[in-house]
Design a protein around this ligand. Sequence first.
Ligand code: ARG
Length: 451
Amino acid sequence: MTLWGGRFEEAPADVLWRFTVSHADRRLLEFDVEGSLAHAGMLADVGLISRDDHDAIRDGLLRILADARDGTFEWLDADEDVHSAVERRLVELVGEPGKRLHTGRSRNDQVALDIRLYLRAACDAQADRLTRFGAVLVDQAAAHATTLIPSYTHMQQAQAVPLGHHLLAYAWMAVRSRQRFGQLRERLSVSPLGAGASGGSSLPLDPIDSARRLGFDVVFANSMDAVGSRDLVAEFAWCCAQTMVDLSRLSEELILWATSEFGWVSFSDAFTTGSSALPQKKNPDIAELARGKSAAAIADLMGLLTLQKGLPLTYNRDLQEDKEHVFRADDTLAGTLEALTGMVADARFDPPAPSSWVTALDLAEALVTRGVPFREAHHAVGRLVAALSSTGRVLSEATSDDLAVADERFVAADLALTEPSTSVDNRRTMGGGSVESVHQQIEALRYALTQ
Ligand code: ARG
């Protein structure tokens, strides 16, 4: 039975039912009941339903909630959506009082509420996953505060840095993602209940009462915005998509580093898969799928943005389509974070020492400390690099003669600067790639990941 049969003489066509009914919103069941409990409480507070009716409704809803939690709630083909199913079951359970629950409410403010409740919980769960993910990055960084690698720009070796510094770049991204979910949670904490179908109600509702019961800080200021907007749903999907993109970049690096050509990292059997054809292989499938699944998260964000484009206010049935996108974005990020957390914890990093080319900037900076303009110093080291390359040598193989030919202001002691560990030891910039900076970041991150 639909909630809207009054003016209809014909039953819905099968094709209409098949096309318009979506089961995706069944995932909102517990939140729908939670919202209904608050709504019923408010209706009783303002005297729109009697205490007896309220108690009957509450008992029925609590029974539905228990069934929802243990997975025994029974859905019928005739339930148009989660809201219809709850009301249908409530009337089955408690009879006439159940028919009073929808007083002063529309499915439009109801679904706007349900999705906020869902997303509020989802933000908390994603933040917790990001805390765990950030923590394994921090642990690996602590273990590799003095393991040196080249940093890259343009995929060309740039400067020596601790591997821990590289890993912590991803931990900071995780912190920002976590903050975004936390900030979104605040924006979500506005109750749309009371907005009704689009313009509110003639009944003496008390939206502040129901909002408080749900732990919301604020009540909608505009009923049309409350029922017609899905920007926060898209914002959640953006938080998921951006996080997935960050994870995809890390995954790409893990895949690259695990190649025989790089040989920087290996994983245990438990975190790799084999090849059906090539017996020697251990594939980093978790990272590959994390990279692959970021496509779905981006697609879901695009879906939610496109869904809103061109929609007149307020509620339109198009908005039912938001569920599949936002649930999938949530699941994609949840699964990826859990798998990558395991994979990063499992990683055994053992990169080869960087070549001395990554110290070229240190030589130029040595000249700068003697008053040489940086542009001249850069050219001098460039000449040295060209001379060494043309004789098949690397920077650490330079002699004091090579230095003198490149620029007379070099001194023999500068040869020591061509050691990558010296380069890292001499790094002074706050937040730069020094061992001290890695330790400072670890301390700051351990705090930031709990805030
Ligand atoms: N199933 C709908 C959705 O998910 C609920 C709101 C339906 N409202 C309506 N007037 N048909 O968006």
